[in-house]
Ligand binder design. Structure first.
Ligand code: 7TS
Length: 406
């Protein structure tokens, strides 16, 4: 991968922040956007802006073709069986809530179990807490090993005949753990449970094939994979989506409306109430073209190399602790003795280096790690080793600045 030519396609990375060239290490929160995505959105608004699935006028037809064309691209990107299985949403959170409301609240009952892990982002935790409250189902957690991984043995011990739904993150946004979602799905299916994968940190960084994984749902956000904010996807198996009631009601999702009752459009539109996120979907289509052009396997290999380099460099800093397993995605969470992660992030920001500090929307995981907050550097296809060298220098500076105070 030619990182320099990739970087040139991200105009935001060319700037200075606080007098230093920007080093962006917060892609797990949101990725930056390449010119091709910005231009696709711009061209849509400048040339084709119109509502979809409505009029017969030319702009409306162009907008509809582009919007549905983006759905086709998503279908190919994740190897789904049909575009009926690709629902455009606002992002991972909305996708997961759609399953919690549209599936769990409809089909689960008292005595059923929902199985999760302790490394879930709040977005793959709270919807299930709510579903459990409404249905009387109980929540159970697959225990983690000391390094922040889960074993298939632990999965087998937690999933029982009572388990009706398993919701698990593909990749942890804090630890970088890559979960064996294909094997988890197989175990869950043997017990008759459906599997929901939170793919927010998975699909931006590796090839995802939902047919091969065999999961029942896969949720993700466009903004973490070079697309605009406000667009996401819920993949669901057609047979299951067909059984589900819509979650949002109104325009766009109906077939016939009477004063006292209505019928719904077919899949996927019955889940897309209201004017959809047209520009966002078109941007996501352009992001998929961009990523496929580089190659998901190349992106994964690049990030794996970077994170190994980062582990080596950061491990050499005295008093710095790295959380998470050896084999991981491009996420590096750490803390330094005597320096609060917010202070680390503030010193780094003064040097033009963007990282995230806090609980990363994973408070139960923070409790498990026995910390209140951590610092997190996360990498994407536009980062290189020089970014990590700058990070290491910045951390040394934070250590000098704050470390002596105590
Ligand atoms: N699931 C995981 C694993 C995530 O990392 C995130 C966002 C979400 C769900 C929610 O995605 P959204 O697009 O609906 O907001 N994670 C982060 C993060 O780690 N830092 O900021 C957002």
């Amino acid at each position: 991968m030619d990182i320099q030519s990739i970087r040139k396609q991200f105009p935001i990375l060319g700037q200075e922040v606080n007098g230093h060239p920007l080093v962006y290490l917060d892609s797990a929160a949101t990725s930056q956007k390449p010119v091709s995505v910005l231009e696709a959105v711009d061209a849509y608004y400048k040339l084709n802006n119109s509502n979809v699935h409505r009029g017969v006028h030319t702009l409306g037809t162009r907008a509809t073709d582009q919007y549905e064309g983006a759905r086709e691209k998503v279908k190919h990107f994740i190897n789904a069986a049909s575009t009926a299985e690709i629902i455009f949403t606002r992002g991972t959170t909305t996708s997961l809530n759609t399953v919690a409301y549209g599936y769990a609240r409809q089909f689960l009952k008292a005595g059923d179990e929902i199985v999760l892990t302790q490394m879930e982002h709040h977005s793959n935790l709270i919807p299930w807490q709510q579903a459990a409250k409404f249905t009387g189902a109980t929540l159970k957690y697959i225990p983690m090993e000391a390094d922040g991984t889960i074993t298939l043995e632990a999965v087998r011990q937690t999933i029982t005949e009572q388990t009706k739904l398993v919701a698990v993150t593909h990749v942890s946004n804090v630890l970088g753990t890559i979960n064996p979602v294909k094997e988890i799905t197989q175990i869950a299916h043997e017990k008759g449970a459906v599997v929901v994968v939170d793919g927010a940190q998975g699909i931006p960084h590796m090839k995802v094939d939902v047919t091969d994984l065999d999961c029942d749902f896969y949720a993700f956000s466009g903004h973490k994979m070079c697309a605009p904010t406000g667009i996401g996807v819920l993949y669901g198996k057609k047979a299951i989506l067909e059984k589900m009631e819509p979650v949002e009601f109104g325009g766009e999702m109906i077939d016939f409306v009477d004063l006292y009752d209505s019928t719904w459009k077919e899949l996927p539109w019955k889940f897309e109430g209201g004017t959809p996120i047209i520009a966002g979907a078109i941007g996501l289509g352009a992001a998929i073209d961009f990523l496929e052009n580089i190659g998901m396997d190349n992106i994964l290999a690049h990030e794996q190399q970077l994170v190994q380099y980062a582990i080596e460099q950061l491990s050499a800093i005295e008093g710095l602790k790295i959380f998470g397993p050896e084999r991981r995605s491009g996420v590096l969470t750490f803390n330094m003795d005597q320096v609060h992660p917010h202070d680390t992030a503030t010193v780094l920001d003064a040097e033009g280096i963007a990282i995230r500090a806090g609980h990363h929307c994973a408070q139960p995981l923070m409790k498990w790690l026995e910390v209140t907050a951590t610092a997190r550097a996360s990498f994407y296809l536009y980062n290189d080793e020089s970014d990590i060298d700058r990070l290491v220098e910045g951390i040394q500076r934070a250590k000098e600045y704050f470390g002596d105070v105590f």
